[in-house]
Write a protein that binds this ligand. Structure first.
Ligand SMILES: [Zn+2]
Length: 145
């Protein structure tokens, strides 16, 4: 049995050799796939005969096909370029999301966006009504801290 498993592992490794395998774009598509499957299940639960669910199923199949195709693809330059394009789009968004999460966790400060230049201003909490001066454009606003 152990021998068989060894053989299977080396066989699988040889099969995947030179293929794209999983990357960040593949992971993101998989998450999208799970979300779509979930939404389709909800749709079918409430509207069993919805024509929309056929469209949904096609979309899900297409997505699954894309995921599998990308894993086994041997066209590495192309797949890596796709992944880089995805990361260029995704990374700034991921950074903004994690910064927003950090601000929500921050119990000691409140954050205000400057109405004139859009700069985020941080002030300590619990100081009552205060006048905030934007550190960038020097415009002022009053807010409750
Ligand atoms: Zn400003």
């Amino acid at each position: 049995m152990a021998h068989f498993m060894d053989k299977f592992r080396t066989g699988a490794a040889r099969f995947l050799c030179g293929r794209n395998g999983t990357d960040q774009l593949g992971g993101a598509l998989l998450v999208l796939y799970v979300i779509l499957v979930f939404l389709r299940s909800l749709l079918l639960l409430f509207f069993p005969y919805a024509a929309l669910s056929i469209l949904f199923s096609l979309l899900i199949l297409l997505l699954l096909g894309t995921i599998v195709f990308r894993i086994f693809s041997r066209n590495l330059p192309r797949r890596q370029a796709e992944n880089q394009r995805f990361l260029r789009w995704w990374n700034p968004r991921a950074a903004a999301l994690s910064a927003a999460a950090a601000r929500r966790r921050d119990r000691d400060h409140r954050y205000f966006r400057c109405k004139r230049c859009g700069t985020l201003c941080r002030v300590p909490r619990g100081m009552g009504r205060i006048e905030i001066t934007c550190p960038k454009c020097r415009s002022t606003m009053t807010a409750k801290s």
